[in-house]
Design a protein around this ligand. Sequence first.
Ligand code: NAD
Length: 387
Amino acid sequence: MPNAEKPAPAGKLRMGMVGGGPGAFIGPVHRIAAELDGKIQLVAGAFSQTAERSRQAGESFGIDPARAYATYQEMIESERRRPDGIDFVVIATPNHLHLPVATAALSAGLPVMSDKPATATYKEAIALQAAVANAGLPYGLTHTYAGYAMVREARALCASGKLGAIRKVAVEYFQGWMSKPIETTGHKQAAWRADPAQNGMGGSIGDIGTHAFHLLEYVSGLQVTAINAVLRRVVPGRRLDDDCNAFLRLNNGAAGTLACSQVAAGELNELRLRIYGEAGSLDWRQTDPNRLIVKWLDGPEEIHHAAAAYLSSEARAVARTPAGHPEGYIEAFAVLYREFAEALIAWKQGRKEPLPDTLPGIIAGVRGMRFIERAIASDNQNGWVDF
Ligand code: NAD
């Protein structure tokens, strides 16, 4: 019997992680966020490329040494045979492993929570979508920013129609950490991101452009229908784009811009979304995530605070601390894990409903990979391409 068909444990969902070994960036965030709400426990992993480093990681996380595996294949195979085997697999590896790990997990009856981008190529994303459909198992994608209370508020505001018909959108994600060729100096995170074989063909557009693209569609409720993108490799010798400026057309006739860069010197994680309707607009910045600025054509500017009683039920549902006590990246990540865990528990109890639409999944994953593929096609053709 696949693990996902076993009754929910009285305690917590058992998580097996691939990636997140010593020195990894996002693996530790997954681990902390997954466990924050007390619904999930890390019990197994293939944390690194070598058995020794996986063992070291397992030891530091306090899991049973027998469950720190040398490879993800071994983890999936061994955990299947255990009565207390893992309930789902988390993927926190470089992008080229997302598809093989996800398909191995799904074929073994294990739901998946994957980091973005969904895969390394658009073709792979289509294959993954088919694998998810065939398995009929939950698949979540950690587009972190979807977990912020004020992103949920912005989304509810757009859906409410109070802004009027949306006319213009502007999303940007600027970082500066790749301003020099650090991939040639042993910087681990930069090295695989600059290598098409491990990263896929989208450089800055894959790493952070996909976040910006997702945020735009997630909050506005609109879909991009055409793109005109200019990609650049600013740092000499770099094989993938490190900077992008794109014009967008949206399915309601609105227009927009998407800009991302990893050579914006001095910027850390400057993600900002602005949406303009006929009657008003909103402005959210990841560096000030507990506030949403709302501006009205015929009224004063407003500042909406996370967890305030006047917010939408969607925003209040995910706020944890009283208004004025800041929440951030870990809490937003944990919101996605909580939604995944609740859906998985219901699913294991026989209520096999789709994942909530607040939680990014395979459709968002395919859209993100399409964005990369279309942006590259547009850049190659020097002009507009349909989506
Ligand atoms: P990283 O290089 O810091 O960590 C990758 C980990 O995967 C390392 O521990 C490495 O040893 C391990 N690994 C590599 N090959 C493996 C294998 N065959 N088996 C098991 N483990 C293996 O990279 P990162 O910055 O943490 O990025 C990982 C993923 O997370 C990427 O897909 C990236 O796009 C994504 N990411 C998402 C966010 C977000 O906000 N959601 C932020 C950063 C990174």
